[in-house]
Design a protein around this ligand. Structure first.
Ligand code: SAM
Length: 218
């Protein structure tokens, strides 16, 4: 079934329209988010994901931010850079796929307990089709957790993201999910403590935002 359209065509436009695979062809073994953000994300995962879960880390890299001391039943990774995914110690397996070219996920219906998308949604040009696929592969009572901050590769983000502020981003992600049949998601919006001396004096780090949706039973 085709996904319910939310975006106008112009809102999918990005400054760098070249193949995303080119942009991600060189591995980036860096952290895209600061330590405070990452710690809050790991805490959220600890609270929300049971150890028996089958986890999908969509739009992943060399790190998944899952708690080190919890062994999940299976963690599957997806991204655009083979070297980064191979280096990710949390992944049991992974695959590479450009979601702006093909949104069909190679996973069975009702096969996943929790999908994570960290600092990735902002690059999706066809988010409706991805959200519909996530609903298909998620088990009843399973979740999708979309986390992001206020950073982006500007030229690679579509206009719907570059034109919006943090509040717009939260409502946009929720709107796309709900349009595809996800119930109204929970929104998490928090500040984090900055690192180093600035943090000691109360300076903030990367703001933490998450949209958490749970697939209904039946
Ligand atoms: C800022 S990085 C975040 C990576 C990782 N989730 C993390 O927390 O470090 C953005 C990621 O989005 C993924 N990505 C960007 N554009 C994509 C596309 N068109 N198709 C599939 N994945 C894409 C890439 O895997 C890239 O590593």
């Amino acid at each position: 079934m085709p996904a319910i359209r939310v975006l106008e065509e112009g809102q999918r436009y990005k400054l760098d329209g070249s193949d995303d695979a080119l942009f991600y062809s060189v591995p980036r073994f860096v952290h895209h988010l600061d330590a405070g953000f990452r710690a809050r994300l790991t805490q959220l995962y600890r609270e929300r994901i049971p150890p028996c879960a089958q986890v999908l880390d969509l739009m992943s890299s060399w790190v998944s931010h899952l708690p080190d001391d919890i062994h999940y039943d299976r963690v599957v990774g997806h991204g655009l850079n083979e070297e980064e995914l191979t280096a990710n110690p949390r992944l049991d397996r992974h695959w590479v796929q450009n979601l702006n070219r093909d949104q069909t996920l190679p996973l069975d219906d009702d096969s996943t307990d929790c999908t994570l998308i960290v600092a990735g949604w902002q690059y999706l040009q066809q988010p409706e089709a991805v959200a519909a696929e996530l609903l298909r592969i998620t088990r009843p009572k399973g979740q999708v957790i979309v986390a992001f901050s206020n950073r982006m590769f500007f030229t690679k983000a579509p206009q719907i993201w570059t034109d919006g502020d943090d509040r717009d981003h939260l409502s946009y992600v929720a709107e796309v999910l709900m349009a595809q049949g996800w119930p109204k998601p929970e929104i998490v919006a928090e500040s984090t403590r900055g690192g180093g001396v600035m943090g000691l004096f109360g300076g903030n780090g990367d703001p933490f935002f998450a949209v958490v949706a749970t697939k209904p039973l039946g």
